[in-house]
Write a protein that binds this ligand. Structure first.
Ligand SMILES: Nc1ncnc2c1ncn2[C@@H]1O[C@H](COP(=O)(O)OP(=O)(O)O)[C@@H](O)[C@H]1O
Ligand SMILES: [Mg+2]
Length: 416
């Protein structure tokens, strides 16, 4: 069953505008993940799809017809919550059987269905146990079994793993993804965990403050994020977000001026043309830790210089933190109801950059009230490792450089 949200808004009675003009199409059979920080409206969206919450405006389409007024039981949906509540006095079998008892199907058929599903969920040895004797992970499997036994056309899961410990979460997310794919049911899975979203989803929608920031496959969202927020949310270690000013320079390209350092996008780079209209304007540069590598060859001018402050051992890699004197950007600066103060433009800056006049004193960075990090995080997997206190020259993989405008949106539009 496909699901379409067409201009959906939810304003709670208290006035909380929890979902803003949401437009999404979830394809039949898709494992679709709604991702975002706590309070961004994920549960509200899920509950509107389930029919547990009314839409304030807009339309919800289920399987090709408008479903706004349909009661939950007429929607052929099943839902699993964070603490999949079970009937405490019913056995595992009794809990899983319950939805079939209500519909009064053939009891023998129901029993064999329970056995089959219990096997798929790894519960076949505990069918006679009571929920109180099960672990959290096992209880969550039973809740899933109870939801899936009716073979819903649409399966909704609201942070089903968030109350479990990390090891179990990692194990269960693999099983859940395999199981729901095997049933063929369209699944909408809500989580605030980027790893869960990336590893499980066919496609991910990223929500923030009730607004859709981006939607795409995990690869699209990771490599080609639409906004600063998405780039930062789906990044571990944190993406380097550097504050710069874009200057279009004849014969060179667009210079991304970070004060004491700069990078240049040559004119044959499509991002350079996209940046012409941002001449003199503040931009944010996003560079992931693995797009920076210690330069060993001759300087190309497309490097960043840093002073190593800390090294962290992560088993499969080292992470290095280098002081680079570049102001960093906090993704929280870009709210959906923007109040971003424009940075004053200094045309003389471009002359200063190329030494055609005496450089002016550095302008005071604008104060946003956020903690300023001036470290560049980079990853070391092979080769020599710098020591703390070393100066390093980091080659920037320009292909992977992300440039965002003053509203936190990509300057080169993202095509999906
Ligand atoms: N029943 C409600 N009445 C009023 N406000 C609500 C209600 N449920 C949720 N909200 C508010 O709507 C916003 C989105 O909540 P929710 O959908 O639960 O977010 P999430 O699931 O992403 O954590 C939050 O600001 C929350 O406080
Ligand atoms: Mg929630």
């Amino acid at each position: 069953m496909d699901v379409v949200l067409d201009g959906v808004n939810k304003i709670y009675p208290g006035g909380q505008h929890a979902v803003h003009d949401l437009r999404l199409r979830i394809e039949d059979g898709e494992l679709f993940v709604l991702l975002g920080p706590s309070g961004c409206g994920k549960s509200t969206v899920l509950r509107m799809i389930a029919g547990l919450e009314e839409l304030t405006s807009g339309d919800l389409w289920l399987g090709g017809s408008v479903a706004n007024g349909l009661s939950p039981r007429d929607r052929n949906v099943a839902m699993v919550f964070q603490n999949g509540a079970l009937y405490p006095h019913r056995s595992v079998r009794g809990n899983m059987m319950f939805p079939l008892e209500i519909t009064r199907g053939d009891p023998d058929e129901a029993r064999s269905k329970v056995r089959e599903l219990a096997r798929a969920l790894g519960l076949d040895s505990m069918l006679d146990r009571l929920p109180g004797t099960l672990s959290g992970g096992q209880r969550q499997r039973v809740a899933m079994g109870r939801a899936l036994i009716r073979e819903p056309a649409l399966f909704l899961m609201d942070e089903p793993l968030s109350s479990l410990d990390a090891g179990l979460r990692a194990e269960l997310r693999v099983e859940i993804a395999a199981l729901v794919r095997a049933t063929g049911a369209t699944t909408v899975y809500v989580t605030h965990d980027q790893v869960e979203a990336m590893t499980m989803a066919d496609r991910i929608a990223v929500l923030r403050e009730g607004v859709l920031e981006d939607v795409g496959t995990p690869e699209q969202i990771y490599h080609d994020p639409a906004t600063v927020f998405v780039a930062a949310f789906l990044s571990s270690p944190p993406i380097n977000l550097l504050r710069a000013t874009a200057w279009a320079v004849q014969d060179q390209g667009v210079v991304l001026d970070m004060g004491s350092q700069h990078l240049t996008l040559p004119w044959d780079d499509p991002r350079a043309s996209a940046l012409i209209s941002h001449h003199g304007a503040p931009v944010t540069i996003g560079v992931r830790a693995d797009a920076l590598t210690q330069a060993t060859s001759e300087p190309t001018g497309q490097e960043l210089i840093g002073h190593v402050r800390t090294l962290e051992f992560h088993g499969h890699e080292w992470l290095a933190y280098a002081e680079a004197g570049i102001p960093s950007v906090d993704p929280a600066e870009f709210t959906q109801r923007p109040i971003q103060p424009p940075t004053p433009v200094q045309p003389s800056r471009i002359r200063a950059l190329f030494g055609r006049s005496t450089p002016e004193p550095e302008p005071e960075p604008e104060r946003t009230g956020h903690h300023r990090r001036t470290d560049l995080i980079f990853r070391i997997t092979t080769g020599p490792r710098p020591a703390r206190g070393d100066d390093v020259r980091l080659a920037v993989d320009l292909e992977r450089l992300l440039v965002f405008d003053s509203k936190g949106r990509r300057v080169d539009p993202v095509a999906r």
